[in-house]
Design a protein around this ligand. Structure first.
Ligand code: 76R
Length: 281
């Protein structure tokens, strides 16, 4: 018997709230170029970049950027930019690329997304009270519920994430939910997705205090569907949470992952201190 694709009605997406825009930049130092550059000039460019990085870390109201030293992945640094508007994200990007230091680095990968809270349990609850087929009533109910969510302090804090000082390590990777025949996240009912995400959330909350996670959505913004960004006080926490989640339904059945990048946040003096190692190479 040949199996034919089953026709299906469109499923209900979860309502979501969006927060800060995010740009992940994977950066390599232009070592060869640096060796040919006058050390005084390169040193000055690096000092100015370190000062910029300090400024980026400090201004936290409308966003911030962090510079991380990376081990592996064929790159030297990750820069993570969070900004409250897309326009300010472009500005931050330009500040780095157009600076004198921008002449000494090679940007290898960039990833654009926006912090996203997927509100599965809320959407499920609403669909019990309001008929999603009644577009007008549904849109109004969703808008009301989202406005109420946005008033909550802890929701606002998650939409504008800060890296805890005692968690200097970062782990980040892009992620998709599968769209395979017989294993398609996007044709599961809201009920099934809400169940899987509730179990995912329960597992995630067991890591409270050990991992801070930022999920940023990139449908329509970049090549994958989400970026996952984790911070921890110990890089082994990344291995622990990601291993556990691999066995949990939502990831085990439905998740595909892109390349992982792991690094440690640098402070200004560490950035400035980088250069003495350059001429020695
Ligand atoms: O409401 C709830 O109970 C669940 C809250 C929640 C959602 C909606 C949540 C909690 N996540 C959600 C959505 Mn998550 N998350 C990941 C990864 O490596 C892997 O296997 C997956 C990568 C990690 C490590 C992680 C951690 N999460 C999502 C989504 C969007 C899905 C969609 O919309 O269809 C993705 C792609 C995703 C992936 N998640 C948590 C965590 C942790 C630690 C928590 C608990 C956080 C907390 O309660 O503060």
């Amino acid at each position: 018997m040949t199996s034919r694709p089953r026709p299906h009605a469109s499923e209900l997406p979860p309502a979501s709230l969006e927060g800060w825009y995010v740009l992940h930049q994977s950066i390599e130092l232009d070592w060869t170029g640096l060796q040919r550059t006058d050390p005084g000039e390169a040193g000055e460019a690096l000092r100015r970049f370190a000062a910029l990085a300090e400024r980026w870390s400090a201004g936290a109201e409308r966003g911030w950027s962090g510079v991380y030293r990376v081990a592996g992945s064929g790159i030297d640094f990750l820069i993570l930019h969070f900004r409250d508007t897309f326009d300010r994200l472009i500005e931050a990007d330009g500040e780095m690329k157009l600076s004198a230091w921008g002449d000494h680095v090679l940007v290898r990968e960039e990833y654009l997304s926006v912090v996203e809270l997927g509100l599965y349990s809320l959407t499920r609850e609403l669909s019990g009270r309001t008929d999603p087929e009644d577009r007008e009533a549904w849109d109004a109910a969703v808008a009301d519920a989202l406005a109420e969510e946005r008033r909550k302090g802890y929701v606002r804090r998650r939409l504008a994430p800060r890296q805890p000082e005692h968690m200097p390590y970062v782990c980040t990777y892009p992620m998709n939910k599968r769209r395979n025949p017989g294993q398609n996240w996007y044709t599961l009912s809201l009920e099934e997705r809400a169940e899987l995400m509730a179990a995912h959330g329960r597992l995630g909350r067991r890591f409270a205090g050990r991992i801070v996670q930022v999920i940023s959505g990139s449908m329509g913004l970049d090549d994958w569907e989400w970026a996952v960004t984790l911070w921890a006080a110990d890089p082994l926490e990344f291995k622990a949470i990601i291993s556990e989640m691999r066995y949990d339904g939502a990831s085990a059945e439905y998740a595909d992952f892109g390349p992982f990048v792991v690094g440690k946040r640098m402070v200004g003096e560490e950035i400035e201190g980088l250069l003495p190692s350059v001429p020695a190479r």
